[in-house]
Write a protein that binds this ligand. Structure first.
Ligand code: NAP
Length: 262
């Protein structure tokens, strides 16, 4: 059975990849898109796929199973609540929701018995990198995180770096690393410190999304490294989530809770 999909944000970098992924996947049908601009997107117009500027109209006009949202938190929050109220499942890659917004989305999903998966990182390799780092930190308590992104990224450090530090924190006691009398002769050169873990953010054109977790022990180091070489890396996680959100009408935050990691 084909899954009818609507994509919000088809003009964006992630949205364009999602359009291609859905068009290429034989068990998915792209029935429409939600875009804030009236201008037609040639790839959609050629296939007579309608685009709506009003999400409510879109959900009333089309037979939709899943909405994928790849926009900004403000518009995504609005799209998600409307979709869930129409029993349309949601797969959301948009980042930047507040705790209150996430709480309200969860409540509306449960009230309407409709699935919603929100994942700040849909790259399966990135989830494994965080998982392996947490395991490694049981044995190596000295850790530094180096995250590298394209120079158009506004926030630093990345959500993935913060999440990695939080996961490591959950299994080790906070400690000050390095020499107790360490002095920065150039301010910030040792990175920003979260729970004793230095995080270093690199921003350069040409990069997509990359992270290294370096762990140091007695006479050895271990580096766990992940590279998203292009935005296709996020599409496998989105595909898995579409299938999962249809099967299980749950609210899930984080791709790690979709993958069977144990
Ligand atoms: P992008 O290229 O800037 O695209 C954002 C899209 O959202 C554009 O189509 C933009 O429309 C649209 N948009 C912006 N404000 C809007 C509004 N108020 N109402 C409706 N649409 C609006 O960004 P991107 O790199 O594709 O990223 C999209 C989202 O995914 C971001 O939240 C980003 O952090 C997140 N992300 C998630 C993952 C993951 O794995 N979960 C990975 C990468 C990025 P215009 O073209 O008109 O501006």
């Amino acid at each position: 059975m084909s899954i009818n999909i609507v994509i919000a944000g088809p003009r964006g970098r992630m949205g364009q990849e999602a359009v291609d992924m859905v068009l290429e996947e034989p068990t998915f049908t792209l029935v429409g898109c939600i875009d804030r601009k009236e201008q037609q997107i040639p790839k959609l117009a050629e296939r007579s796929i309608p685009t709506y500027t009003n999400a409510e109209e879109c959900f009333y006009a089309l037979d939709v199973d899943v909405m994928i949202d790849l926009t900004v938190a403000e518009s995504s929050y609005h799209h998600i609540l409307l979709a869930l109220q129409q029993n349309i499942s949601c797969v959301v890659g948009t980042t930047g929701f507040s705790e209150e917004q996430l709480g309200e989305i969860k409540r509306v999903a449960l009230d309407n018995n409709t699935g919603c998966i929100i994942a700040p990182n849909f790259a399966i390799g990135a989830i494994l990198m965080m998982h392996f780092s947490k395991i490694a930190a049981k044995f190596f308590s000295d850790v530094e995180i180096i995250e590298k992104h394209h120079d158009q990224k506004i926030d630093a450090p990345s959500g993935t770096a913060i999440k990695t530090a939080e996961m490591i924190k959950s299994i080790r006691k906070s400690k000050k690393q390095g020499h107790p009398d360490e002095v920065e002769t150039l301010k910030g050169v040792r990175g920003a410190v979260m729970d004793g873990i230095p995080i270093h953010s690199v921003r350069l054109p040409g990069l997509v999304a990359h992270q290294e977790v370096m762990l140091g022990g007695v006479g050895e180091t271990l580096t766990i490294k992940h590279d998203s070489i292009n935005r296709k890396s996020f599409m496998e996680g989105i595909k898995l989530s579409i299938r999962r959100v249809i099967e299980r009408k749950e609210f899930i935050y984080g791709l790690e809770n979709v993958l069977d990691l144990e």
